[in-house]
Design a protein around this ligand. Sequence first.
Ligand code: SAH
Length: 343
Amino acid sequence: MEDLKNLLPNELRDFMVSLGQPSYRGDQIFSWIHRHFASSFDEMTNLPLPLRQRLKETAFITRLNVLSKKEGSKGTVKYLLETHDSNAIEAVRMEYEYGITACLSTQAGCMRACSFCASGIAGFVRNLTASEIVDEALRIQEDVESFGAHVGNIVLMGTGEPLDNYDASIKALYILNSQLGLGISFRRMTVSTCGVVPGIRRLAEEEIPVTLSVSLHAPTDDVRQRLMPINRQYSIAQLMDATAYYRERTGRRVTFEYALIRDVNDSDSHAYQLANLLKQQSAHVNLIPLNPIDERDYMRPTTARINRFSKILRNASVPVTVRRDLGLDVNAACGQLRRRYCR
Ligand code: SAH
């Protein structure tokens, strides 16, 4: 059985041809799926009945079941979605001045086990398919369309490591980019990684102008190793080489995420080390005050400490922003809602 939501328009055309149909049927079906949110063939009223019957026998359309929606402040809504095999996954809808952003998960669980992150605690379950990742965005689009808005930005910053599920994650971006579907520009998409170096290099060669966001969280291997097991596999030096390569190949400035954790990575000297590390990179730093999770006793620094940390970076000419507290009240830190549901 072919999962039609996994297919790009040209693949859907080929599939139609393989069924002895004219290729334009592929475009009609793509539009039913991605513009009209169809999940059954009976809805596709411009297809002849025998074709609909044939499709029922050869194909299906993935659709996630919406388990719950939790509204937070500032237009943030957290979606808890269920896959056909009963995995709960999360997607978050955020509203900025420049439109709706959909934050999507790429895996059920995560194998990277960063110590401050809720997603890795229960371990890895499985990779999501491209169709499931795309459907997270479609569930959100269907909702916001009812008030005349549309999803204009995609960030792969939900549960999971997108570069550990490279093919499906990047395919989902191509599908979301298609003009016959949501038509979201690659420049409005962000791939966030904990530092999977070969994946960064592969993405650099993909030649799509997405923004790369690297979860750095520490200026030295010593500190990073304690927070993020992946640092034992790829050191900061290797990571910096890969991000420099990314910038060189794509011309895109890389963003570095830095979750500030009280007494762990938030001192003045950490800030100076970070500034030093990034001064060659022409990078942007996004400081995220830690969202504390129940399972660990990490705390967020005081506002004064956060301000001092960002000031040191700014004085060293490193562009820095402090992430707004979107979603804190809907448990939008990675995996927190899913955790609550699963236990
Ligand atoms: N695996 C990818 C994408 C998912 S995490 C990555 O690591 O980038 C999205 C971002 O949220 C990452 O920067 C991650 O480090 C951060 N994050 C996870 N748990 C957090 C927490 N408790 N508080 C603040 N940020 C957190």
